[in-house]
Write a protein of this length. Structure first.
Length: 259
């Protein structure tokens, strides 16, 4: 079994939905393929988070009591025909209530996981920035020329990150490096601002421009925005307002004029 055959079955294999022979083939492939093993471990981790973090709801006692109180018949009269629709209405109401509770739990769970994911991503970015700074590994390709930094990064990734020159705005390009974010290789652009450095983690993201709330972790500020088909996550010890202005500028379409 090769990667193209294994990848579509990884989630089913994690849930035990693959037959014995197929499961054996996938397990053999996962033991030899580190890339597919990472995908498999990510599925297991997501399933564990859903189990631990998503709220579970049961029908409230009042609803159970209402269902139990549904009349089963009236002595001395034959009400079978009219009684069936009313009974089904009670059951339908109970089922609808359960569906609404399930839907609310799912929406709350998705929101919780997205919030947790954003928090985890910001923490990973701050840790990577600190690790690179302390290890004197902040820049692997030192250049102020975007046409030098961009090809160097593109040759080492499966995507081509936009590289903008914002020197005229007070944010000169210092270079770039490769790092890891959310378990995957990512391009990091390094900019300067006075005596500070700004790490910008760039990876493919939503094409629709948006921005996320600023965060402060371990003395660093983190700002995030999407634009130009990329997700931009900036980490630095510069002022919050400066970092927010910077990440909004760099996430704009490269063809658009800088504000």
């Amino acid at each position: 079994m090769n990667c193209n055959e294994a990848v579509p079955l990884i989630a089913a294999h994690a849930d035990g939905e693959v037959d014995r022979m197929g499961s054996h083939s996938i397990a053999t492939h996962l033991a030899a393929c580190a890339e597919c093993r990472v995908k498999y471990d990510a599925v297991l981790a997501l399933r564990a988070r859903l189990h631990d973090e998503v709220p579970h709801y049961v029908a409230p006692p009042a609803l159970r009591a209402r269902i139990a109180a549904i009349p089963t018949g009236t002595p001395g009269a034959n009400h079978d025909a009219p009684r069936m629709p009313q009974r089904w209405r009670w059951l339908a109401a109970g089922a609808l209530g359960g569906c609404v509770a399930t839907l609310m739990a799912w929406m709350l769970g998705v929101a919780l996981l997205q919030w947790k994911g954003g928090e985890d991503l910001a923490a990973d970015a701050v840790a990577a920035h600190s690790r690179a700074t302390l290890g004197h590994h902040l820049i692997e390709i030192a250049s102020a020329d975007q046409h030098t930094v961009k090809p160097w990064l593109s040759a080492r990734l499966d995507y081509s990150p936009p590289v903008r020159d914002l020197g005229s705005e007070g944010f000169p390009l210092l270079g770039g490096r490769l790092d890891y974010l959310d378990g995957r290789p990512v391009a990091v652009l390094v900019y300067g601002y006075r005596q500070h450095t700004i790490d910008v983690f760039v990876r493919p993201g939503p094409s629709r421009a948006s921005s996320s709330a600023l965060r402060s972790l371990r003395g660093f500020n983190v700002a995030r925005a999407t634009g130009g088909g990329m997700d931009w996550l900036a980490v630095s010890d510069v002022n919050v307002d400066v970092l927010d202005r910077f990440v909004q500028q760099i996430s704009e379409d490269p063809a658009a004029p800088v504000r």
